[in-house]
Design a protein around this ligand. Structure first.
Ligand SMILES: C[S@@+](CC[C@H](N)C(=O)[O-])C[C@H]1O[C@@H](n2cnc3c(N)ncnc32)[C@H](O)[C@@H]1O
Length: 443
């Protein structure tokens, strides 16, 4: 039996009225047959014309080609690559409207998935909306018919890399050097053997980790060395797995570090370590989390998914004792080293898989009266279920995914009797649809 031919997508623009924004930042409309259409580049309330880009059984996709009646939140996207590049999805929306949308998205998730409502909505945390991104993985591909090497993010509507010369959300030291990076890679003998560049910046400097699929010849190493020196970027290579990341030569070796001024703390980290993407928001988020914990010297605090101790060390400054738990052994070591670097002796750390229902250990048998959680996007249901046994009086939950936060809030509030005292969004990732948030639960 032959394969059924797909009906070609209509080419002519279609009129639509945008009803609301989906959680990924796309506008939601219904077509003439009542089928849902997700349209990138559109804002609620707008009359637009869109081009269809995809068709599925239960929904269509499209992108705006003309705004007929604009929302008052519409602004000119500040980046010339916004329409094609998939790195950002909300640049057509004023920054204050973006964070209001994220705040609403958080509340909708609580209501829909968690069947909970915060007693107080915290004012959203905001900071700069450009040049904020300190961590990124830039795709690299050598495509001669597109003018040589491409460096950057994938396109909105395909898996291909965007042709771009700059990025407005990356820290300027890197974001303003995309064109220079493209020229550098195009000029390498092994130009088609660089798979990606990992960006990691601290308060003053940046490391670029080039993932080289083959050993690079001497001439290429010299070009990378010169590029790094000319642009004051520290170049590392990664010939194989993450353990092989190393400086190009001794002159590029760098100790990355950031400070949390309000706690007089300094953290050292490696380029591939998890660190919070947005330093400005981190400087505000950590004090906020510590304040919500209402710490005193009598407190024993459990910091779950602690990473390199970003929250653990500030908590240690004000609590009697803190235990940090994290799945990545290397980060646990970094957390211990950072505690020592800051002469903190009331913090201890354990490497544990917190998504393993069988998890255990001495740390879990201790008594804690306060808990801080900062899990990955998948959330923290396994350890949240253990709050029945740990029984803390106060839980501060930092989340990068409102859907899993809402699910875990359902467990805490509707099964374990906590009150959701307050919650609010934080603008960790301006111009993207990612929602970072914080919530306080009290028993
Ligand atoms: C959002 S980060 C937060 C890190 C840290 N709190 C900070 O502010 O830098 C989530 C952390 O969870 C850790 N993680 C992911 N899955 C885990 C698991 N199954 N068990 C324990 N830790 C995990 C990651 O390694 C990462 O450090």
């Amino acid at each position: 039996m032959g394969r059924r031919r797909r009906k070609p997508l209509p080419q002519e623009p279609i009129d639509a009225t945008i009803e609301s924004l989906a959680h990924d930042g796309k506008g939601i409309a219904h077509n003439e047959e009542g089928k849902v259409v997700f349209i990138s580049g559109a804002l609620p309330g707008e009359q637009i014309r869109y081009k269809m880009t995809g068709r599925r059984r239960s929904f269509d996709s499209g992108e705006v080609v003309e705004v007929v009646t604009a929302s008052e939140d519409r602004v000119e996207p500040p980046c010339p690559h916004f329409h094609g590049c998939g790195g950002c999805s909300l640049q057509q929306m004023a920054p204050q409207a973006q964070i209001a949308f994220k705040q609403q998205s958080l509340l909708d998730n609580f209501e829909r998935l968690g069947k909970v409502t915060p007693e107080t909505v915290l004012p959203p945390l905001s900071d700069i909306d450009h040049g904020y991104r300190r961590k990124a993985r830039l795709g690299v591909r050598y495509v001669p018919k597109k003018g040589g090497a491409l460096v950057g993010f994938r396109e909105k509507s395909s898996g291909y890399l965007t042709v771009m010369d700059s990025c407005r959300v990356l820290v300027p030291a890197v974001g303003e050097r995309i064109a220079a990076l493209r020229a550098l890679i195009s000029d390498l003998e092994q130009c088609n053997k660089i798979a990606q560049i990992e960006v990691a910046c601290d308060d003053t400097q940046c490391v670029l980790v080039f993932r080289n699929l083959e050993p690079l010849p001497e001439g290429d190493l010299e070009k990378l060395d010169l590029f790094g020196k000319e642009h004051q970027l520290n170049i590392y290579l990664q010939p194989k797995g993450p353990d092989t990341v190393a400086p190009l030569n001794a002159s590029h070796e760098t100790t990355l570090s950031y400070r949390l001024e309000s706690f007089d703390l300094r953290y050292q980290f490696l380029p591939t370590d998890f660190t919070q993407v947005n330093a400005g928001i981190n400087q505000k988020m950590v004090p906020m989390a510590v304040e919500l914990l209402e710490l005193s010297a009598e407190d024993k605090v459990l910091d779950l998914f602690c990473g390199l101790g970003n929250f653990t060390l500030p908590v240690a400054r004000q609590a009697g004792q803190v235990v940090g738990v994290e799945g990545d052994e290397a980060l646990v070591q970094r957390a211990r080293d950072n505690a020592a670097l800051n002469e903190i002796s009331n913090a201890e750390f354990y490497a544990v898989d917190l998504q393993d229902e069988e998890m255990g250990g001495v740390w879990l048998n201790s008594r804690y009266n306060k808990v801080l959680l900062d899990p990955p996007r998948s959330g923290a249901l396994e350890i949240v279920q253990k709050m029945k046994k740990i029984n803390p009086e106060r839980i501060v939950y930092v989340s990068c995914n409102p859907a899993t936060l809402a699910r875990d809030a359902d467990e805490l509030v509707n099964n374990q009797g906590y009150r959701l005292i307050s919650a609010g969004a934080m603008d960790m990732f301006p111009h993207t649809a990612h929602v970072e948030s914080i919530a306080l639960f009290v028993k």
